[in-house]
Design a protein around this ligand. Structure first.
Ligand SMILES: C[S@@+](CC[C@H](N)C(=O)[O-])C[C@H]1O[C@@H](n2cnc3c(N)ncnc32)[C@H](O)[C@@H]1O
Length: 231
């Protein structure tokens, strides 16, 4: 998996790339690279954005600058690029990231993530250069960097070698192993704390009963979530 992140703030990703699960997948062959559109801008003074036509506050990322960065990095017209790899613009209005989209993206050989800033992208970037527009939720962040990290984190932890224990990823919230339900509750020592007892079944050593109990709790949580959504 190769992930290229187009961002005006590449230094944000230095900390992210140094985290264990990310460095694990990088050691296993994945690649995470930042590209700063400012380094490719054809405009003077490193300009990347401009005031919106029609007026209004804020600055808009220019389509010519993004074209120059994508073309400069990949050596291909970005209109063609999006037919060859997923080019994902991060925007509050996009398709909301969920487990099925994460699974889908984790199966791709390469991703390009475009981080907006200020007022966001000139719409022509979304229309002509992006294959997908993805949101991490219905709220507004100051920039696409944190959203890109959320996408990378969720996708990279699906890859072999990311986590110490492979089972942690196969049987977790929303996985097929749990029929798409949230994960069951976990407990650790002490078995009793302030009178709060860990469920007896988990102390029984009876793996089949523990498995049944966990699946049941997971189903309950799923139903609870569906009920809450339908209210
Ligand atoms: C301040 S926001 C722009 C908000 C835009 N004017 C609007 O009202 O939809 C700047 C950038 O942050 C990123 N961003 C903000 N919230 C996001 C979210 N919920 N999901 C994904 N990206 C987001 C996008 O890349 C966006 O272009």
């Amino acid at each position: 998996m190769n992930i290229d992140i187009f961002t005006l703030f590449p230094e944000w990703f230095e900390w992210f790339a140094s985290q264990r699960h990310v460095s694990n997948v990088v050691s296993a062959g994945a690649r995470l690279q930042c590209v700063n559109p400012r380094e490719y801008t054809p405009l003077s003074g490193g300009q990347v954005d401009d005031t919106p036509f029609g007026g209004g506050a804020g600055m808009v990322l220019r389509v010519d600058v993004l074209e120059s960065a994508l073309r400069g990095h990949y050596g291909v017209d970005p209109v063609l690029l999006r037919t060859r790899r997923r080019v994902i613009a991060l925007a509050p209005s996009g398709r909301v990231l969920d487990e099925s989209l994460v699974q889908e993206l984790a199966g791709e050989p390469a991703l390009t993530l475009l981080c907006g800033r200020y007022e966001g992208f000139d719409e022509r970037i979304l229309e002509h250069f992006a294959s997908d527009v993805v949101s991490i939720g219905r709220y507004v962040l100051s920039g696409g960097e944190l959203a890109a990290m959320v996408v990378c984190d969720a996708v990279l932890r699906k890859l072999p070698g990311a986590l110490g224990h492979e089972r942690s990823a196969s049987e977790e919230s929303f996985s097929a192993a749990l029929e798409g339900n949230p994960e069951y509750p976990h407990y650790t020592r002490p078995a009793e704390y302030r009178g709060w007892r860990v469920p007896e079944v988990l102390l029984s050593g009876h793996h089949e009963r523990i498995g049944d109990w966990r699946r049941e709790r997971s189903r309950e949580r799923g139903e609870h979530r569906r009920d809450a959504r339908s209210r």
